[in-house]
Design a protein around this ligand. Structure first.
Ligand code: IPM
Ligand code: MN
Length: 367
């Protein structure tokens, strides 16, 4: 099988962690898992520097044509002053919107070896395995009007619009229920129906979908603020959490700290299946570009490598190779290897490249 990948390393630590993914791809190819054809493009601040836009039309074309996109990170203080329309994040948002990547899967798994790296007590997080399903192409991120208007009396007004249609809630709900069936069969849906009309509709649509198509799955509802509290109080009560774009953005950063570090969380962004069952897809670490540590070889490449594992599983049906890659990650952690973000007081620290090399070595040894 030949897998056509577009690599968009982006800014900050993006290129450093993508380099480790390229090593893993080469190893998987040597092991005969698949053949990978890769192309590279620019996104974010580096794309702005090169051609004044956060992603060029030709790179958008490559993204459309690829089987999957691997994305690093975008942004940094260097581009704080660029116009809003071409800020680095706009490139990522355009990819999500134009590729129709409405379903963002953010698994938060706490490896036993890392339970002490979390800011929460070991017994709260050890063995945690939850999946946050974040709606990614709607809500306040994209709703119109979205503007700042001058009221003419010395005041301005900033406006964002939170908007959801029935079909958007139904399709993300289906993703969550289907995933739950393959896991622990429980979905927690989250909104703010006590203050938001879009939350009232969200609750109504998810409840009806459950009754109609997924009565075998356990469904719970939690208000988004309460869910934030429950995530740090007793996270193991959750299996699959489904929520909107903005709440999902916030809650997945909270969930990241349960696993020890933001440097651990991979994600998959998927579109609707076409007639052949294929989906457009983009895989990215949940962490950002971390400009403070960029270029120092300190970044943790695990979230990026874990995103490649999700790519193998969801885009290419290579679930067994994904399992092997994930167990190579777990093995490196179990052997005590630590980048700076996950180090305990007594741990020695290794570099981005050393962590990548260790994962590759384990992958090859286990084969
Ligand atoms: C994320 C990021 C993005 C978001 C930014 C970079 C636009 O925080 O993927 O969680 O807000 O969705
Ligand atoms: Mn975020």
């Amino acid at each position: 099988m030949t897998c056509k990948l577009l690599l968009l390393p982006g800014d900050g630590i993006g290129p450093e962690v993508m380099k480790e993914v390229e090593k893993v791809l080469a190893a998987l190819q040597r092991l005969g898992v698949a053949k990978f054809e890769t192309e590279k493009g620019l996104v974010g601040g580096c794309a702005y520097d090169a051609h004044g836009k956060s992603i060029s039309e030709s790179d958008m074309g490559l993204a459309m044509a690829a089987d999957a996109v691997l994305f690093g990170a975008v942004g940094g203080p260097k581009w704080d002053g660029v116009p809003y329309e071409v800020r680095p994040e706009a490139g990522l948002l355009r990819l999500r919107k134009d590729l129709g990547l409405f379903a963002n899967l953010r698994p938060a798994i706490c490896y036993p070896a890392l339970a002490d790296a979390s800011s929460l007590k070991r017994e709260i997080v050890e063995g945690l395995d939850i999946m946050i399903v974040r709606e990614l192409t709607g809500g306040v991120y994209f709703g119109e009007p979205k503007e700042i208007i001058d009221l003419g009396n010395g005041q301005k007004r900033g406006i964002d619009t939170q908007v959801y249609d029935t079909y958007e809630i139904e399709r993300i709900g289906r993703v969550a229920f289907e995933l739950a069936r393959k896991r622990n069969n429980k979905v927690t849906s989250s909104e703010k129906r006590n203050v938001m009309k879009s939350g009232v509709l969200w609750h109504e649509v998810i409840t009806a979908l459950h009754k109609r198509e997924y009565p075998d799955v356990t469904l719970e509802h939690q208000l988004a603020d309460a869910l934030g509290m429950q995530l740090v109080r007793w996270p193991k009560q959750f299996d699959v959490i489904v929520t909107d774009n903005l709440f999902g953005d916030m809650l997945s950063d909270v969930a990241a700290m349960l696993t020890g570090s933001l440097g651990m969380l991979p994600s998959a962004s998927l579109g609707a299946a076409d007639a052949q069952g294929r989906r457009k897809a983009l895989y990215e670490p949940v962490h950002g570009s971390a400009p403070d540590i960029a270029g120092k070889g300190m970044a943790n490449p695990i979230a990026m490598i874990g995103s490649l594992a999700m790519c193998l599983r969801y885009s290419f049906g290579l679930g067994e190779a994904a399992d092997r890659l994930e167990s190579a990650i777990a093995h490196a952690l179990g052997a005590g290897l630590r980048t700076a973000d996950i180090k305990g007081a007594a741990d020695a620290v290794i570099s981005t490249a050393q962590m990548g090399d260790a994962i590759v070595a384990r992958l090859e040894k286990a084969a």
